[in-house]
Design a protein around this ligand. Sequence first.
Ligand code: ADP
Ligand code: ZN
Length: 623
Amino acid sequence: MADDNEMRNKKIKVGIIYFAIIMVVLLLVNYGMNSLKNKEVKYSEFKQMIRDGEVAEVQLSAGGIVSFKKIGDNVIEYNTVATEDLTTITAFLEENKVKVYDGYIQQNSLLLTILLQFGIPLVFLGVIWYFISKNMSRGMGDAMSFGKNNAKIYAENETGIKFADVAGVDEAKESLEEIVDLLHNPQKYVAIGAKMPKGALLVGPPGTGKTMLAKAVAGEAHVPFFSMSGSEFVQMFVGMGAARVRDLFKQAQEKAPCIIFIDEIDAIGRSRETSFTTNDEREQTLNQLLTEMDGFDSSKGVVILGATNRPEILDPALLRPGRFDRQVIVEIPDYLGRKAILEVHAKKVKMSSNVDLDAIAKSTPGASGADLANIINEGALLAVRKGRSAVEQWDLEEALDVVIAGKVKKDRVLSPAEKRSVAYHEVGHAFLGHVLPYADEVHKITIIPRTKGALGFTTLLPGEEKYLITREEMEDDICSLLGGRAAEEVMLGQVSTGASSDIERATETARRMVTVYGMTERFNMVGLESPSHSYLDGTPIKRCSPETEKDIDDEILSIITKQHERAIKILLENREKVNEIAQYLLEKETITGEEFMTIYNSSSVTTPAITQNETPENESEAE
Ligand code: ADP
Ligand code: ZN
């Protein structure tokens, strides 16, 4: 209840400030109006006006103040100070047949004036005040009626969305199928004593269909869907977010089995360690969420789905077992995915037979599901505007320009030239990964821009879990890391900024070879660095003189140079093959390890044996 009072005080304070501002404004306006309405004239001028018959009526008050109005002018009130005594003035006025009000009436009209000057603004103020306070209490209505009604929870008994409506995200769908099953049939899990997952985190860039997937889970399982956005939890007033979380869970549990969907969960779950400012409200909300997640009985079938595009900033507490311990990756769709999404949305619109969705899918690398849905919709709008009865290819192409033009600015869609360099870069990694004896095999190559700033990537499958890594393996690793840039150089004759993280990783590996693992002749088995303690900031502790540091740098440079040259050599020898794979990748945007192997093997070009042309040093002691 202390919170309640605090909030009320806050409301009153804000109210007073508003009131003061409005008062000042009104007074200024009033003053301005009065100075327009009132005019001082000399007494002699006044008398002249009387003689000229211009004056309508006159009021006399104590102190010789004379107020009057002109005939035909009801707005301006003239004032003058009489320099004659009252009887003289009265006589003069009578003589000119001007109406005079005596003091009594004047008193009355003064009262009226006061009423008019202050009363109306006061009423006006009252009205404004009423509206402001009404608005404010709408914003904090829940604070006033703590935990009783929380209007912002969005609940649907039946979302009506099915997995079939969400296209191109098959992997994500697969991992969500189990949750659907669980909601369908919690007993099955209880019977066998299996602990049910409480929640899953949908991770992916905006517009990739995370909300849709969550709704589809509810739709497939025929359970109610409760949703709320993380940013709605975090409010101005401490304690409100927590109350909303409590309320959301309470409502949901009454309706179990059901889905609770929390969009933008990073708004609540931002890591407590990484934020510079403490935010009491967010922390309280997060704690409440954690408590609720731990507290509820998952056997009833309440599943929490969270969505975020920045999983890395989430508080680790949220990701612990029993909370959001599963992550479902929802990627920006590749070419086939885009085509499927376009088809799903095209079904809802009348399409002319000349429409070629394939062409649209091909020219939109990097576009999200939302972008594609938008293209179809824009196309339909254009068709309507042009008075057509169905959407033509034209419309879609124009819509594509409209929708994508905005995206290019945001750096999300690659230009053809960029796409080409990304393709060669990734094939460089993959190719070396495959041909080098100790490097990891290719699992998947893609040139679709991803969440974390990487333009494309190659996933390599480590053959087996390794506990010891040999020098040759480390060298191959560096070589394949440098292969991306090397391919750009060899195949395109240009270099780009795309290799920065490869360079960082390769350099780090080389440094460790020199300073930690004693893999160079020059330093033999001297440890030059020790790994830092985890509670420090992560930088290793140096154990060498400043002169040695220079030598370390030389050694690192020589390792990197050697591997870079090796990568270039291998790629040069295999130009055709690399080219063939890169062209295929450009076409398909994502290729699997198997597809890679097929092209690699089918190609007529033979690969020369790849070995490091150096004599192994007798330094093979275990590190
Ligand atoms: P997110 O929650 O990931 O930001 P949404 O689920 O809100 O994205 O998607 C926004 C819209 O984009 C959806 O309503 C839908 O029309 C379209 N959309 C996004 N991804 C897909 C998809 N995979 N299949 C079909 N439509 C999609
Ligand atoms: Zn790379």
